[in-house]
Design a protein around this ligand. Structure first.
Ligand code: TXA
Ligand code: MG
Length: 324
């Protein structure tokens, strides 16, 4: 676990322009001093992320919004009061001082106050904004443990704060408040319905000219092994048939019962959406490491409480097939 000495060392590393991976309640972040463009550039190099893709600035407190956004609309205050600290990211018009490296050259900036105690301590002690995308190589599965971060980056990341397994397990909900309509850019554990209820207004869905959000690219969050989404009966049938042909196959099941056929790497996912999300990336990593020809994922239900999980699974399927 993390001691106050670890926090002090991490703060010193950030001040020196180094990268610090740290836990948030959603996934681990790969952090740099958001006011140091050279340090933020290092994040992009380390992740292999295209320079035009903006990163989220993490703040200790909503009171710091005014330093990063040139305009804080009432809706931002409303959502901040209701959901911060917590797994929500707001897109606002950026303040003039925010570096182009952080915003990918856009006129907006992504801001979030995380609730994980280690992230909060780090931010409070650091005293500034920490730019941090998810701590994974570009396009791959996000890290929900410190060990996953080290698997992704090895020695390329100087400092990893180990805060155990993250609670939520998938990335924050992103709401764009920089335009006339509040727009949902990425679904997360805070649902569209909860945001709409807090705002007393409907959320728009992104149009073609909405700001770029790589987490919303069709191919993302992907394991190396081809991943296929399908109904339970088809997953069972296909897994059994592949196994009978002597092929290695992995299944992430939800309702399906493990068949007696040997040779299938099987994970039974939790039946409840929040628990499913909590375990999802660790399960995908385990199934990926099993060295199978394919990962068959039983398609979860379609209800709104499953929206964030279905979003990540669809992108993981596209991402893995894009690589073939
Ligand atoms: O839960 C999370 O949000 C995690 C933790 C570490 O905070 N972070 C995370 O960062 O998922 P990342 O970079 O993997 O995804 C952030 C998303 C990206 O899709 C990025 O393009 C989008 O936020 N984003 C950042 N700035 C933006 C902006 N100005 N306009 C639109 N989208 C933006
Ligand atoms: Mg990411």
């Amino acid at each position: 676990m993390v001691s106050s000495r670890d926090i002090e060392r991490a703060v010193a590393a950030l001040r020196a322009g180094a990268l610090v991976a740290f836990p948030t309640e959603t996934v681990y972040g790969l952090g740099a001093d958001a006011s140091n463009p050279a340090a933020v550039r290092r994040i992009f190099e380390t992740k292999g992320r295209p320079a035009t893709h903006p990163v989220i600035v993490h703040l200790a407190d909503a009171a710091e919004l005014a330093a990063w956004a040139r305009e804080v609309p009432p809706a931002a205050h409303l959502l901040a009061r209701k959901f911060w600290p917590g797994p929500l990211t707001l897109i606002l018009a950026r303040a003039a001082a925010v570096s182009d490296v952080v915003t990918g050259g856009q006129d907006t900036v992504a801001l979030r106050v995380p609730s994980h105690p280690v992230a909060r301590q780090l931010l409070a002690r650091f005293g500034g904004g920490i730019a941090a995308p998810s701590a994974n190589r570009h396009g791959r599965v996000s890290a929900t443990t410190a060990a996953h971060v080290r698997d992704e980056f090895g020695d390329a990341v100087e400092y990893v704060l180990d805060g155990g397994q993250t609670d939520v397990g998938i990335e924050s909900t992103i709401v764009d408040l920089s335009g006339p309509l509040a727009t949902l850019l990425r679904p997360g554990s805070i649902t569209a319905g909860e945001i709409e209820q807090a705002l007393g207004a409907s959320l728009a869905l992104p149009s073609g000219d909405a700001p770029r959000a790589p987490g919303t690219l069709a191919a993302h969050y992907a394991p190396r092994t081809p991943l296929l989404l399908m109904e339970a009966d088809l997953a069972l049938e296909l897994a059994a048939s592949l196994a009978r042909q002597g092929k290695r196959v992995a299944v992430l099941a939800l309702s399906a019962q493990q068949p007696v056929t040997p040779g299938i790497t099987w994970i039974a996912a939790p039946r409840e959406p929040a628990s499913y999300a909590h375990a999802l990336y660790a399960s995908l990593r385990r199934l990926d490491e099993a060295g199978c020809e394919s990962i068959l994922v039983e398609r979860p239900p379609q209800g709104p409480e499953w929206a964030a999980v279905n979003d990540r699974l669809a992108r993981a399927a596209t991402g893995s097939s894009a690589r073939g």
